[in-house]
Design a protein around this ligand. Structure first.
Ligand SMILES: [Mg+2]
Length: 307
């Protein structure tokens, strides 16, 4: 079946949760993308908190997150060969979604028959990618595993390895998936999400990403966005350590308010489609479809998921 996530009645609660997180992720992605505009327009938009007129176009963040949800729907878990083939197929079908140069190269290599292990490990002269692309697409996988944080972390690493073999690229995906698994858990405590940062720190392997999340926790929720950007980054360098800590800081302090979380995240600018996609995927999982503004969903270009 080829359908949009808004009107689908999925019998599997795991899939329902993943589709809701994908809704939040794609709305965040498309909302964030509208801030690649003139400085005057952006300043006015922030001052008045008035979103850009529709349509809002989604980007590679959404395209790859759709691939993850499609594989979960088909296989019930992350099958790495299936995910590599799905990423490559979706990229070939619709390549002009703002994929990074490194991702494009890996996906083309897979498409023409190279094993994903070789393509991923060969990226960036053999260092592997530490970009934020594995983290940008993974929130629906966390939502699928709501409340099972260890399984979210394990499968996030599997999903990351297809394109991001550098440990920091994988760590970023683990952190976002764990955050989304925590957010989607109906039994989690209500209110500010400081506990989300704690569980992400517990399950993220040691390195720059985890050190950044520790700084985010120490900042506390009341710091200004510019102060947080100074301390944590905002994705401007497109790396996982420069992106994920800022995202988790924003998502944690606005975990119950989708609209506010996205506006606050956008004011940090940087890789703004991706920071907003990650926050949208996590906070969307927390608030559910009813918590995502209907007019924002209507402003986003439609998406289709094969499941
Ligand atoms: Mg993008």
């Amino acid at each position: 079946m080829n359908t949009g996530p808004s009107d689908r009645t999925a019998p599997d609660p795991r899939l329902q949760r993943a589709l809701v997180s994908l809704e939040g992720l794609s709305v965040g992605d498309a909302f964030g993308e509208t801030f690649f505009a003139s400085a005057d327009a952006i300043v006015k938009r922030f001052e008045q908190r008035r979103p850009a007129p529709p349509p809002w176009f989604w980007t590679d963040d959404t395209a790859m997150a759709i691939g993850i949800v499609e594989v979960l729907a088909k296989c019930g878990h992350i099958d790495q060969d299936e995910l590599a083939a799905t990423f490559a197929r979706n990229h070939a079908h619709d390549p002009n979604r703002g994929y990074g140069a490194g991702a494009r190269q890996i996906l083309r290599q897979i498409e023409i028959g190279m094993r994903w292990q070789a393509a991923s490990k060969g990226a960036f002269s053999g260092a592997g990618s530490l970009g934020n692309g594995a983290a940008m697409r993974v929130a629906p996988l966390g939502a699928w595993h709501a409340g099972n944080l260890a399984e979210a972390a394990r499968e996030a690493a599997l999903s990351a390895e297809i394109t991001h073999s550098h440990p920091e690229g994988i760590a970023g995906a683990i952190a976002v998936a764990v955050a989304a698994a925590w957010a989607a858990d109906p039994k989690r405590p209500r209110g500010p999400g400081a506990a989300m940062l704690d569980v992400a720190i517990d399950l993220t392997p040691g390195g720059e990403v985890r050190a950044g999340i520790e700084r985010a926790r120490n900042l506390g929720p009341d710091m200004s966005v510019p102060t947080a950007v100074n301390a944590l980054g905002n994705g401007l360098s497109i790396t996982s350590p420069d992106t994920v800590p800022f995202v988790l800081w924003n998502a944690a302090r606005r975990i119950d308010d989708f609209e506010d979380a996205l506006w606050e995240t956008a004011t940090g600018m940087g890789d703004v489609d991706t920071t907003c996609a990650m926050v949208g995927g996590i906070v969307g999982a927390a608030v559910g479809r009813a918590g995502i503004p209907a007019d924002w969903i209507a402003s986003r270009e439609p998406i289709a998921v094969i499941c």
